[in-house]
Ligand binder design. Structure first.
Ligand SMILES: Cc1cc2nc3c(=O)[nH]c(=O)nc-3n(C[C@H](O)[C@H](O)[C@H](O)COP(=O)(O)OP(=O)(O)OC[C@H]3O[C@@H](n4cnc5c(N)ncnc54)[C@H](O)[C@@H]3O)c2cc1C
Length: 449
């Protein structure tokens, strides 16, 4: 690993200044004009999206009634889970009290919502209390379904097994142990991804690439077999980054198997079972043939299937057609307003949009939702647009990362072009490991950046 050189430090300073200035807030005059707004706004979910939005709304609507509902008292800085799994952070580095971040003047309702009635503008909390709102923002993130893989449960992920997932904090700690065991003793590791939408879809690859690097640093690379099994048909949704990934995998002898969806685990035989899909044409018709493939492992790392709470489907708020029918919230992808109820918005992982399941996306979403919500309250059409910005600092080795950033076009959209859109560099590693957490915890969650 190298240190940050003077030239990179100057570039970093300049880029950070530009990036902070780019997320400017309303002027004092505009806020003054909003003083008459006394609407009752409920945000469901006090995670990254919910708290950032609450902070921005609190400063822009000084007299509105803003509440946020969530029973969980701990905020997890989830991008830090990959750094726990790679031995850089400890679990103490990612857990924070929500009470220290929910803004003054925002009422925290310490109950989860269990059902919604958009036609009567009300929700029900788990204590069966009803609550009415004028405007509602849904920010409950994803739910994990490890059990969608036959033979697997959350207990296997967190318990004393050779299976882990960076998506669960305690299992991120376990992942670090299993990674070290692999580097010390050698063996075969499988890194499995879902074909359906995943938050931070790069997380599994980060663990995989750092496992490869750790084995190499331990002089045991020749004893280790590293294998990606993905249910998707490409290594990355954005084509440029797919190419970058494939080059890295080839250079570093990482085997990648696409269209391989993990469907079952036979723990007694240390065997994962995949459904391998093969597309073909017959008589001009598109068809898919499938076969089952069994692969032995010494360490199995899995990404869980991810979904929205069932309460949204029951309330008629979900996407209705296509692959994601009945799952994510149906919103207009640019305005993040519900396609069914004008006084409802969604933010973060819960949104039924083609991209955007990253914290970096939320950084672009929350000013959009705040602006559009205020527009709607004033009887205007939503004026702000989310451009699909999705980003992931992809750590590729100890001391190196690529800043993956793209938008609806799928093309690179670097916030700091001076560092290169596809280049592995120490500065990107520095930003990921030393800067992002403070930016999120002290900037975004305060509604400032
Ligand atoms: C391993 C991993 C690595 C990641 N790496 C990166 C990265 O490098 N860069 C990046 O930008 N992003 C990364 N992410 C993604 C990022 O963390 C998420 O996109 C982001 O946290 C999503 O925010 P959210 O507000 O939508 O959901 P969350 O932050 O998950 O918050 C949802 C909140 O809703 C609450 N809730 C749930 N159900 C209810 C209910 N019924 N009623 C009330 N409250 C409820 C929960 O308690 C929670 O507080 C990573 C994620 C993981 C797991």
């Amino acid at each position: 690993m190298s240190n940050l050189n003077r030239r990179d430090a100057l570039k970093l300073f300049a880029a950070t200044t530009v990036s902070i200035a780019a997320t400017s807030q309303l002027s004092a005059k505009d806020i003054e004009n909003n003083k008459d707004i006394k609407s009752k706004i409920l945000i469901v979910g006090a995670g990254l999206g919910g708290i950032s939005l609450a902070a921005r709304l609190r400063s822009e609507l000084p007299n509105a009634s803003i509440s946020i509902a969530d029973k969980d008292e701990t905020f997890y800085y989830q991008p830090g889970f990959t750094l726990i799994a790679t031995g850089i952070y400890t679990s103490g580095d990612v857990a924070f009290n929500k009470a220290d971040y929910i803004p003054d003047g925002v009422q925290w309702i310490k109950h989860n919502v269990i059902s919604l009635s958009p036609t009567t503008n009300s929700v029900t909390f788990e204590n069966n209390e009803n609550y009415t709102y004028d405007y509602l923002v849904l920010a409950t993130g994803v739910e994990y379904d490890f059990e969608a893989i036959d033979g697997l449960s959350l207990d296997d992920i967190v318990g004393d097994t050779n299976i882990s997932s960076v998506y669960v904090m305690s299992s991120a700690v376990k992942t670090n142990d299993l990674m070290q065991k692999l580097a010390d003793n050698g063996g075969k590791a499988l890194f499995c991804e879902q074909k359906t939408a995943m938050k931070c879809s790069g997380a599994n690859k980060k663990i995989m690439m750092l496992s490869e690097d750790r084995a190499r640093l331990a002089n045991n690379r020749d004893k280790v077999s590293i294998n990606l099994y993905s249910g998707t048909s490409t290594t990355f949704s954005a084509p440029v980054y797919a190419k970058v990934m494939e080059q890295i995998f080839e250079q570093r002898d990482i085997n990648y198997n696409l269209n391989h969806q993990i469907v079952a685990v036979d723990k007694a035989r240390n065997t994962a079972i995949f459904e391998h899909s093969m597309k073909y044409k017959e008589d001009g018709q598109n068809k898919v043939a499938t076969e089952q493939v069994e692969v032995k492992y010494d360490w199995l790392h899995v990404v869980p299937k991810q979904k929205a709470s069932a309460m949204y489907k029951e309330a008629g708020l979900s996407v209705e057609t296509g692959d994601t029918a009945g799952n994510w919230i149906s919103v207009t992808k640019e305005t993040l307003q519900s396609n069914k109820f004008k006084n409802i918005f969604a933010i973060g992982d819960i949104c039924g949009v083609p991209m955007g399941k990253t914290g970096a996306s939320i950084r672009k979403m929350y000013p959009v939702v705040a602006r559009n919500l205020i527009d709607i309250i004033k009887g205007l059409e939503p004026s702000a647009k989310y451009d699909g910005y999705t980003a992931c600092p992809l750590i590729t080795k100890y001391g190196k990362a690529i800043m993956v950033e793209f938008n609806w076009s799928g093309k690179p959209a670097p916030a700091m072009p001076c560092f290169g859109a596809t280049r592995e560099s120490y500065i990107n590693w520095f930003i990921k490991t030393k800067m992002f957490r403070s930016m999120i915890m002290q900037g975004m969650l305060r509604g400032l950046v």
